[in-house]
Design a protein around this ligand. Structure first.
Ligand code: HEM
Length: 351
């Protein structure tokens, strides 16, 4: 018992001290500019509060580098936190983001080759069922396209200097980076709007039901290829909705807006924190989106049709979303809900 209390106390202290040190600039980071080295020399032997001091952390940073609380940074000559942020962004975060995206790519390719797509057990019926309205598709496509634009422009900002600059040259890369930055700055607020719209449009379909537990237990039958009963959206889609669209959407929108509109006297320190959270959130969102796009296209044949045309085959609905299918049959006149497949699929909804 005593050992476990000691263990827990050590763990909590360890996590607390790591969190505390995360708020303080890395004092060991080499200082690249002569001005920084001069400041460091001038400060030597001074009375700066250490980690154990109650004035440590953010206050420590503010007092010495950002001016007193509440005051804009008018008298800041040089902020050493910037050095810590630069190392974190260019090394740890860039590496973490790159590794996560590559691992996700490998997992998806491996999954596709070893287990393969989730196909229908029976042939398609040839009759279709309305799944998404025009509005729902417009919202979905707008969110997806703005997300992809932000992804590619964001990745260019993060990795471009290391990967693209060496073969494109400084002049062309400068134009490309400036274009990406401007594009990202303008598409960002559009994505915030799309995220709000997609949340309002689909939230009523995403409340968890008891059957979702079974779906999670069997990982949706993705490995066993068994069709687990699911409602209009299955548990995986709901987790994507709450975890990514909602939570990561909030994180990306808030940190993005903080960096996009520097009109509230944001300090450099706050912008650095926002950027670090933005990159971490972007990495998770992009990795999740890769899995989402896989399952919505080649991972589950027939699913993409719902996004493109708004309809799916009735057999697809019966096997992948059996609870919803039964609900549709119980509440709607069959001839009203289903339409023959030979009707023109494009453009617009089939009714
Ligand atoms: C979910 C989609 C998004 C992804 C994947 C994404 C990704 C990224 C990435 C990778 C960076 C580069 C960070 C760096 O180089 O330090 C970045 C920077 C940035 N993002 Fe986003 N972002 C997204 C959404 C947003 C939104 C919604 C906004 C604004 C409302 C926004 C505004 C910004 C700004 C202002 C920067 C800094 C640009 C600069 O270097 O000046 N982002 N984003």
């Amino acid at each position: 018992m005593r050992i476990s209390i000691h263990f827990i106390a050590t763990l909590i202290l360890g996590i607390a001290s790591m969190t505390a040190s995360a708020g303080v600039p890395d004092r060991n980071a080499p200082l690249p500019y002569p001005e920084e080295r001069t400041i460091q020399q001038a400060e030597q032997g001074g009375t700066q509060p250490g980690l154990g001091d109650s004035a440590s952390g953010k206050q420590h940073l503010d007092r010495h580098y950002l001016g007193p609380y509440g005051e804009p940074e008018r008298d800041v000559l040089l902020q050493r936190g910037g050095n810590t942020w630069r190392y974190l962004r260019n090394e740890d975060l860039a590496l973490g983001c790159g590794v996560l995206l590559l691992v996700m790519l490998l997992v998806i390719v491996g999954f596709y080759m070893l287990i393969g797509p989730m196909r229908l057990e029976h042939p398609p019926s040839g009759r279709t069922l309305q799944r998404f309205s025009v509005w729902q598709r417009v919202v979905h496509w707008s969110t997806a396209i703005s997300f992809l634009v932000l992804t590619f422009s964001g990745l260019l900002l993060l990795f471009g200097k290391k990967i693209i600059l060496p073969w494109l040259g400084h002049a062309a890369f400068a134009d490309l980076a400036m274009f990406s930055k401007t594009l990202h700055n303008f598409v960002g607020p559009l994505f915030v709007f799309c995220s709000l719209a997609i949340f309002v449009t689909f939230v009523h379909r995403n409340f968890f039901i008891h059957a979702d537990l079974e779906w999670i237990k069997h990982f949706g039958g993705l490995v066993s290829k068994r069709h687990i009963p699911a409602g209009y959206f299955n548990a995986g889609e709901k987790l994507w909705f709450w975890g990514a669209v909602t939570m990561l959407g909030l994180l990306m929108s808030s940190t993005g807006l903080v960096m996009d509109f520097v009109v509230l006297d944001q300090t450099r320190y706050q912008l650095q924190i926002a950027d670090v959270l933005h990159i971490a959130g972007a990495s998770l969102y992009m990795a999740g989106a890769m899995a989402h796009i896989y399952i919505g296209t080649i991972g589950m044949p027939g699913a993409y049709r719902a996004m493109r045309d708004g309809v799916i085959d009735t057999e697809w609905a019966r096997e992948h979303h059996s609870l919803w299918y039964e609900q549709v049959l119980a509440t709607q006149d069959e001839s009203d809900a289903m339409v023959p497949v030979h009707m023109p699929p494009m453009p617009g909804p089939i009714r």
